[in-house]
Ligand binder design. Structure first.
Ligand code: VGL
Ligand code: ZN
Length: 202
């Protein structure tokens, strides 16, 4: 079973949104085009309450992109983003959703951030995704979406640890900091994550 996991292709992560990933909109046509090649398509949605502690606005006098310790875990402070039921939290209108079987929301607990589709950042609570996928006999996971250096990266690490075969489709991700992603790429490749171009999919 080949599964495509579309990570956080939401308005706030697209240029014009509150936490824009540079060129984030460019992943959309690629993701739309490849969906038919998968047995299962799921999408994650960053879904924060207004009082989420990953927001700089809830950590005065700290500022956006400051690093703090949040309940024992390193936390980058973000601009307010993907607030539940806001326009910014919506999937981009051009993203094809017809094939998406499961929408997995994450980041609802205000006390802890949740980059990965599988666990919160403290690895305290599972989202249940591993059980869902294993229940469907999924062994291969392909990751696309935003941001390459945060939610895609953390999801890839967890997916490898959960013994899935993991591939990142490089032309279908964009990162907040592309240099950061270069280092991450080496780390993930050493862990066994494969990197391909969408044109290599059969
Ligand atoms: C993300 C930062 C904060 C992401 C989510 O989707 O990569 N990044 N929340
Ligand atoms: Zn977030």
């Amino acid at each position: 079973m080949k599964t495509l996991i579309i990570i956080d292709v939401q308005n706030d992560f697209i240029p014009g949104g509150s936490l824009p990933v540079p060129f984030g909109d460019e992943v959309i046509p690629v993701i739309n085009k490849i969906q038919c090649k998968f047995d299962l398509v799921i999408a994650t949605q960053d879904w924060h309450p207004k009082n989420h502690k990953s927001f700089a606005s809830n950590n005065f006098p700290n500022k956006v992109f400051d690093k703090i310790n949040l309940n024992g875990i390193d936390q980058i402070l973000w601009p307010d983003h993907c607030i539940q039921c806001s326009l910014g939290a919506d999937f981009h209108k051009d993203l094809l959703m017809n094939n998406v079987e499961l929408i997995l929301r994450k980041g609802m607990n205000p006390e802890i951030d949740s980059y990965s589709a599988f666990y919160d950042n403290g690895h305290q609570k599972s989202t249940g995704l591993t059980y869902y996928l294993k229940g469907k006999n999924v062994n291969e996971i392909y990751l696309v979406g935003l941001a390459g250096d945060f939610c895609v990266y953390y999801s890839a690490k967890d997916a490898i640890n959960e013994n899935f075969n993991v591939t990142i489709i490089e032309d279908a991700i964009r990162s907040i900091d592309e240099n950061n992603f270069k280092n991450i790429k080496n780390e993930l490749a050493l862990k066994g994550v494969k990197f391909i171009h969408s044109s290599e999919l059969d």
